[in-house]
Write a protein that binds this ligand. Structure first.
Ligand SMILES: [Mn+2]
Length: 396
C-alpha cells in the first residue's frame, strides 16, 4: 500500500521518482496524487521526502484543494512561457520545461527513475539536457498491489452496485418470453445484447459508475471466445449460455471491480451443465487454495488439476488448446482492471495479505459456448475474504 512506497523505492535503489502524465488515464499518477486532471502534469519525489506536483495555472487552485500532495506549484513559478518561446514546437518546449523543473528541484548527476510508460520523447529531451533518466518497472505498481482499507471499501462499493444491477439484468432475462428460434422477447421486443448493455450502462451511470471498457454479454457459441464482448445486434436466446462479465469503474473514485456469471434461460444442455459443474468446483478449490504466502502459480495449478481431472484440457504448460480453459486464473484489480498480481503459471511469487484478485476459471467449446465464473476477493493471512456476495445459478 501507499505507506510502503518509500521502502519499495529504497529497495529498488530509486533516489528520485518522476512522472509526467494525466491522472484520468494514468493509474500511478492518480494513486500518488488523488488529483484528477485530464492533462499531463509533473510529479517529482525524492525518496523519504514529500512529493511535489507542478500543474498548469488553470489547475493550480483545484490541485491545491484536491491533491493529497501538499507541495503544489504552478507552471508560472518556473517561467513556463519563457521556456516555451525558445522553441518553435510547443510540445518540444513542454519537454524542455520538464527538464528545467527537474534541474531546479534535483541535484545534478542524480539518477531519476521514471515508470515504463514515461514518454520516450520526454526521456530523449531530458537526457539531451544532461539528466540521467532511468526507466524502471514496478516502482509504484508494487505499492498498489496491496490495498488499504479505504481502497477495499471503494472496490466493495462498486462491487455492490455491480451486483445489484447484474441481478436486475438477470431478472430481465428470466422474465423474458421465448419466441421463435428461441429468441428472447421482453415486453414484445427482442432482447438483444445491445438492449441489455444499454440497461447496464444507464443503471451504472445512475450509480456513479461506467462500463468504461465495455462489458461482456456473450450468448451461444460466440461465448466460447473469452474476450468476445458481444455485438449490439446479437440476440439473446434460450437454452444457451449467456456470459455476463461485468467490470464497471467508479467515475469519481476510479476503482474497478470485476465479476462474471453464466446463466441459461430455461434449460442448459447436458454438456454445458457438466462444464458449469467443473468450473464451479474449480472456483471453489482455487478459493480454498488462496492465502497470504500461496504462489499464484500454485492456485492456478489447483484450478487446472480440477478441470483436467474432470476431463477438460487447459493451456497449462503452454499447450496449444482451443477447447477447455484457455486463459489464466485471475488478476489484480484496483485503479486498473488488470493489474498485479496475476495468477497464472508464471506467477512464482507469494500472494500478499490485502491483494485484491479475481478468481475466474472458465471452460470454452466452440460447439457449445463458454462458462466462466468470476469472484473478486481480498487475500487474508489465512485465506480470503470474498468481496462478491452474489450467488451463482446456471438455469434461470
Ligand atoms: Mn476478470
Amino acid at each position: 500500500m501507499k505507506d510502503d512506497l518509500n521502502a519499495i523505492l529504497t529497495e529498488k535503489g530509486v533516489e528520485v521518482l518522476l512522472l509526467y502524465a494525466d491522472s484520468y488515464r494514468d493509474a500511478n499518477m492518480y494513486y500518488l496524487t488523488k488529483f484528477l486532471a485530464p492533462d499531463p502534469f509533473i510529479f517529482l519525489k525524492k525518496v523519504d521526502a514529500d512529493p511535489l506536483i507542478v500543474v498548469n495555472q488553470m489547475e493550480f487552485p483545484r490541485a491545491q484543494k484536491q491533491s493529497i500532495v501538499k507541495a503544489v506549484k504552478s507552471y508560472t513559478e518556473y517561467n513556463y512561457l519563457k521556456t516555451l518561446k525558445t522553441t518553435k514546437n510547443p510540445q518540444l518546449g513542454t519537454m524542455k520545461f520538464i527538464a528545467e523543473v527537474v534541474q531546479k528541484e534535483v541535484d545534478a548527476e542524480t539518477r531519476i527513475c521514471v515508470p515504463p510508460n514515461f514518454p520516450v520523447i520526454a526521456a530523449d529531451v531530458l537526457r539531451s539536457e544532461g539528466l540521467i533518466i532511468n526507466p524502471m518497472f514496478g516502482m509504484i505498481e508494487e505499492a498498489r498491489e496491496t490495498k488499504d482499507s479505504n481502497e477495499i471499501e471503494e472496490i466493495k462499493t462498486v462491487q455492490a452496485i455491480s451486483e445489484k444491477i447484474t441481478s436486475q439484468a438477470i431478472e430481465l432475462v428470466a422474465d423474458s418470453d421465448v419466441g421463435s428460434n428461441r429468441t428472447l422477447q421482453l415486453k414484445g421486443e427482442t432482447l438483444t445484447v445491445g438492449r441489455l448493455k444499454s440497461f447496464f450502462g444507464t443503471k451504472l451511470l445512475e450509480n456513479g459508475c461506467l462500463p468504461e471498457e465495455d462489458i461482456i454479454v456473450a450468448c451461444g457459441t460466440k461465448s466460447s471466445d473469452p474476450h468476445y464482448t458481444g455485438e449490439p445486434e446479437d440476440k439473446l436466446k434460450a437454452d444457451q449460455p449467456i456470459i455476463l462479465d461485468i467490470y464497471p469503474r467508479s467515475i469519481k473514485k476510479r476503482y474497478w471491480t470485476d465479476m462474471t456469471r453464466t446463466v441459461v434461460k430455461r434449460k442448459a444442455p447436458d454438456k454445458l451443465k457438466q462444464m458449469f459443474d467443473a468450473v464451479f468446483e474449480a472456483k471453489n478449490a482455487s478459493l480454498d487454495a488462496i492465502q497470504a504466502g500461496a504462489l499464484g502459480s500454485q492456485v492456478y495449478d489447483v484450478c487446472c488439476d480440477v478441470l483436467e481431472k474432470a476431463g477438460y484440457e487447459t493451456t497449462r504448460g503452454g499447450k496449444n488448446v482451443t477447447v477447455g480453459m484457455t486463459h489464466s486464473l485471475g488478476h489484480g484489480v484496483g485503479l486498473q482492471i488488470h493489474e498485479s498480481p496475476r495468477m497464472n503459471e508464471l506467477s512464482m511469487f507469494p500472494l500478499k495479505e490485502h491483494n485484491v484478485v479475481t478468481v475466474e476459471p472458465g471452460l470454452y467449446d466452440p460447439q457449445i459456448g463458454g462458462v466462466r465464473l468470476e469472484d473478486i476477493i481480498e487475500v487474508t493471512k489465512s485465506g480470503y475474504s470474498n468481496l462478491t456476495k452474489m450467488e451463482t445459478q446456471l438455469e434461470i
